[in-house]
Design a protein around this ligand. Structure first.
Ligand SMILES: Cc1cc2nc3c(=O)[nH]c(=O)nc-3n(C[C@H](O)[C@H](O)[C@H](O)COP(=O)(O)OP(=O)(O)OC[C@H]3O[C@@H](n4cnc5c(N)ncnc54)[C@H](O)[C@@H]3O)c2cc1C
Ligand code: FES
Length: 259
């Protein structure tokens, strides 16, 4: 269970139009955070909107936590207006299902859009434990972020794709991943991104018998298992049942959930 803390906004940066990176001082959260976990952030002082917004942890650096978000609606719009030096009310780290970091031989890490952010801390932690091939897919050039951050980790391979070919490779990241896996098998795929991408990655992994962990960034309400706002069909037991993405996830073994 996460802790509720007031965190000072140390640095605010607009990476591209509408996408912001916040660095906050959060020692209580940083000391326990694991790759794939998220924060529930209060976006205004007024209590409106009522619900906190879930945002993934991008980077943990000592006592500092970084997160990156795209302005989608009122909540993230309000969040983007907070100024450096102000306090932000954050609960974290949340989620019991995290990416499993251990020794692997070859790993493929695939992210799409805002789904690339929880994969950065994971990639950092896997460095030295596996050969890392990372595939980052974006709709177009205007949404490309964090390429340099991933590059700086020191990867075996980094592929950046845009659907329309306006930057780097044209097409879907999954197709580049599949082509590489045909040549060199991987022993784990880690994924996070929009639902159509996750469905395709899950299907491919199951079909080819490749272990795969996916992060489901479903829409959430409370973030702590109290509202059923994040139900997902879990098919790992004898009988299918509905589980909570916020508590049991957000990371699941691909074969254990139906999406
Ligand atoms: C575990 C988790 C981790 C997340 N991590 C990040 C992150 O690192 N960076 C980031 O930018 N966003 C992330 N999100 C998505 C983020 O929480 C939503 O974009 C945000 O809550 C939207 O709030 P809003 O008030 O601005 O928009 P709202 O007014 O609530 O919604 C505006 C629009 O965004 C859509 N929307 C809202 N939530 C989601 C969602 N979860 N997925 C897709 N579309 C949505 C709505 O359907 C609507 O069309 C994450 C979500 C979850 C559940
Ligand atoms: S968000 Fe409320 S139960 Fe998961």
């Amino acid at each position: 269970m996460g802790v509720k803390v007031k965190c000072e906004l140390l640095k605010k940066e607009m990476l591209v139009d509408g996408i912001y990176k916040f660095s906050v001082k959060a020692p209580e959260i940083a000391k326990n955070a694991k790759p794939g976990q998220f924060l529930e952030i209060k976006v205004s002082e007024t209590g409106e909107p009522f619900l906190r917004r879930p945002i993934s942890i991008f980077n943990i650096d000592g006592e500092t936590i970084e997160f990156i978000f795209q302005v989608k609606g009122r909540g993230t719009e309000l969040l983007s207006k907070i100024e450096e030096g102000k306090q932000i009310d954050i609960i974290g780290p949340l989620g019991f299902g995290t990416y499993k970091v251990q020794e692997y031989k070859n790993v493929a890490i695939i992210g799409g859009g805002i789904g690339i952010y929880p994969l950065y801390e994971l990639t950092k932690e896997l460095k030295g434990k596996a050969n890392l091939n990372v595939y980052l897919g974006f709709r177009d050039k205007s949404l490309v972020t964090c390429e340099k951050d991933f590059e700086a980790i020191g990867l075996n391979k980094l592929v950046v794709t845009t659907d329309d070919g306006s930057y780097k490779e044209k097409g879907f990241a999954i197709d580049f991943m599949k082509k590489d896996i045909e040549e060199h098998m991987v022993d784990m795929i880690f994924a996070c991104g929009p639902l159509p991408m996750l469905k395709a990655v899950r299907a491919y992994a199951i079909e080819n018998n490749i272990p795969c962990q996916i992060s489901l960034e479903e829409r959430m309400g409370c973030g702590i298992g109290a509202c059923l706002g994040c139900a997902v069909k879990v098919i790992s037991g004898k009988e299918p049942r509905y589980g909570h993405v916020c508590k049991e996830g957000p990371v699941f073994n691909a074969k254990d959930v139906e999406i």
